[in-house]
Design a protein around this ligand. Structure first.
Ligand SMILES: [Zn+2]
Length: 239
């Protein structure tokens, strides 16, 4: 039984930055939480191979939300491993299956017109990339408070704001939160993920607060890595 942060590259306009899907496993299940962008399949596979695992060994894939950097390789994973169960919240599902136009694509298209000249090319490339995201079906909806048996017990927490149906996972027995984009780590401090890509700022702030109130010992942030809050003694000590 264990939990491990993976590291794969995400392409940006000028290079790559690391992003962090999370792997959870026990005797029954091997669950991947988020799976990188549209070109991330090989990098995910490499990470799994380095652990003596493979895409085919995965039993489940949780998508915290519909953003391309979290679900972009889900289609390729499902094609190689049709038995894998894909999980997401009911609110987020229509944007993942693309029954409804993804909100991120809508936002990017709407923003294109307002971008200054020097950002037009970037905006265009971003929209083109979002249009390449392939939809994938959801096998099971996850809802707030639902308890999953994975890894000794794993609670679903709705953490909306970044997107309407964003979810995080809470492993109470291990005091670990898998935050997705409900928390990002910037310069060693927890914050909401890029406000420019946050669809409801107030909700996102509340969700971040909700996660911090759990007083977990480790928060796995998709952007930024693992946040370990300082021990209360250190905070209230003589420093
Ligand atoms: Zn993200």
């Amino acid at each position: 039984m264990g939990i491990l942060e993976l590291t794969i590259p995400m392409a940006t306009g000028n290079g790559t930055i690391p992003i962090h899907p999370v792997l959870l496993w026990d005797d029954q299940d091997i669950i991947l939480v988020d799976c990188g962008g549209i070109d991330a399949y090989d990098a995910v596979e490499q990470e799994l191979l380095s652990l003596d695992l493979s895409i085919s060994a995965l039993t489940g894939l949780v998508l915290t939300h519909h953003d391309h950097d979290h679900m972009g390789s889900a289609f390729a994973i499902k094609r190689v491993n049709p038995a894998i169960k894909i999980y997401a919240s009911k609110l987020e599902a229509p944007y993942i299956t693309q029954e409804v136009k993804p909100l991120r694509l809508e936002q990017a298209e709407a923003m294109q017109a307002t971008l200054p000249e020097q950002q037009q090319a970037f905006g265009k490339a971003f929209v083109a990339m979002l249009r390449k995201v392939q939809p994938v079906g959801i096998d099971e909806f996850l809802s707030d408070g639902q308890l999953l048996p994975w890894c000794g017990g794993c609670e679903v927490m709705v953490t909306s704001g970044h997107t309407p149906g964003h979810i995080s996972l809470y492993l109470e027995h291990a005091a670990i939160v898998i935050a997705g984009d409900a928390m990002a780590l910037e310069d060693g401090l927890p914050s909401i993920a890029n406000p420019q890509f946050t669809l409801d700022l107030q909700q996102a702030e509340q969700s971040l607060e909700k996660l911090l109130e759990l007083k977990a010992s480790a928060y796995y942030c998709y952007h930024g890595g693992i946040y370990i809050p300082k021990d209360i003694h250190t905070k209230s000590g003589n420093n």
